[in-house]
Design a protein around this ligand. Structure first.
Ligand SMILES: [Fe+2]
Length: 408
């Protein structure tokens, strides 16, 4: 660039800066933001939406209707009133949270929706309901985002959305942020932005999603989940006391069992046993935070294995999705901790990380692993099509890091 051009660019930049600043400052205090969709326990006929405003808004609703190719859908909408969640603000601005579950939806249908109130609406966003019966679909699995969310998790979120644009939902296995503060959740919404408003998600908490207390100078995770039930609206069909952290969702022929591996493992094992005894669909996928076969740091979660392994083996769980260890590992098909042949019943265990925090590999379980890696950020696509499950782990540069197929 020559000097004259450089000057012109500086001049343009100088003219633009005040406009951009103004655009950033001028956020209406009643404008809905941090809009989040969550799957419900009946994804063919309902969908949950959560959002917030800075000033409390009266008569907040979700307006929704079947989407049309042009804008005429807006002339015939239904609305559902939002419930308001009181939020005790510790570290962020004053804000009010809203949530609503849209029910009686038509299966396999694209809906347009907006949230807010008269004079303060969000944009129209879209989602698609699940089909009622088994049908092929893809979902995205993401390990711990946790650290440097704005700087380093942005590209994996955006690449996952671009690379798996037909995914029906995103599934997270916890440690969504390193501390569940309002400030870090702002960064999450910088990173994921509108994706949260159009791609429903389901998630379970990791250790870092709990609040912390100072004990003898050290930060210890306590029993509170600040913001979890405020900014998500997740199913409450799991064991009592674990609402929205332990639950089951059936999606087009797959049963997804979401477990809170921080607490009450024995109760959840008993609940899982009953959920899997009355299973529906072909595929069973479990998701939780603390891995059964650790591949990171100096870790080993004997408690999880003692509580869960018997149940997984008894019910031939197909796939277990986990995080926490900031490495990548994918086991062979296992039963009772031992490798079985591909034709025998067994379970594949995955550990993955979407964020930039990396641990060195722990090789204690290498003999039962098909693939191990460190230092790589990943998203995973899992496609279920009848008796075939196709799995791919993909890097932010679009490289296929790992893939396999399971057949029934
Ligand atoms: Fe963790």
């Amino acid at each position: 660039m020559n000097h004259r051009h450089a000057h012109r660019h500086e001049l343009i930049a100088a003219l633009l800066v005040p406009t951009l600043l103004f655009a950033q400052i001028k956020v209406e205090k009643d404008a809905p933001h941090r809009i989040m969709l969550n799957l419900t326990e009946t994804p063919a006929t309902s969908m949950a939406a959560t959002w917030r405003t800075l000033d409390k808004v009266r008569d907040a609703v979700v307006e929704y209707t079947e989407a049309t190719d042009g804008p005429t859908f807006k002339d015939q909408t239904r609305s559902v009133p939002a419930s308001i969640t009181p939020w005790k603000n510790k570290d962020g601005p004053e804000a009010t949270w809203y949530s609503a579950v849209l029910t009686n939806l038509r299966p396999a249908t694209v809906y347009a929706y907006r949230v807010g109130a008269k004079g303060a609406w969000s944009e129209w966003n879209q989602f698609r309901t699940a089909a009622e019966r088994p049908e092929p679909f893809t979902f995205v699995f993401l390990g711990d985002p946790q650290n440097d969310i704005r700087t380093h998790v942005s590209r994996i979120f955006r690449e996952a959305y671009r690379g798996a644009c037909d995914a029906r939902f995103w599934l997270f296995v916890g440690d969504l942020t390193t501390t569940p503060t309002d400030d870090l959740w702002n960064k999450w919404f910088d990173a994921a932005g509108f994706i949260n408003a159009t791609m429903p998600s389901i998630m379970v908490p990791g250790n870092h999603d709990y609040g912390t207390i100072l004990l003898a100078g050290a930060r210890i995770h306590n029993n509170e989940l600040p913001l979890w039930r405020t900014q998500f609206t997740l199913p409450e069909n799991g064991p009592p006391g674990l609402e929205e952290t332990s639950y089951v969702v059936d999606y087009q022929g797959a049963r997804l069992v979401m477990i809170n591996s921080n607490t009450k493992l024995e109760e959840q094992a008993a609940w899982m046993d009953s959920v899997l005894t009355h299973r529906r669909g072909t595929w069973t996928i479990m998701a939780f935070h603390h891995p059964m076969y650790s591949s990171g740091g100096g870790r080993d979660n004997r408690r999880s294995r003692d509580a869960f392994l018997g149940v997984f083996d008894k019910h031939h769980v197909d796939l277990v999705l986990q995080g926490h260890d900031h490495t990548y590992s994918r086991s062979h098909k296992l039963a009772d901790g031992k490798v079985v042949s591909p034709n025998e019943p067994g379970t594949v265990y995955i550990v993955s990380s979407s964020g930039p925090k990396m641990y060195p590999l722990n090789r204690q379980y290498e003999p039962i692993m098909a693939k191990m890696a460190e230092g790589v950020q990943l998203y995973q696509t899992i496609r279920i099509d009848g008796s075939t499950l196709q799995y791919r782990a993909i890097t932010p540069t679009g490289r296929t890091h790992d893939e396999f197929e399971l057949k029934k």
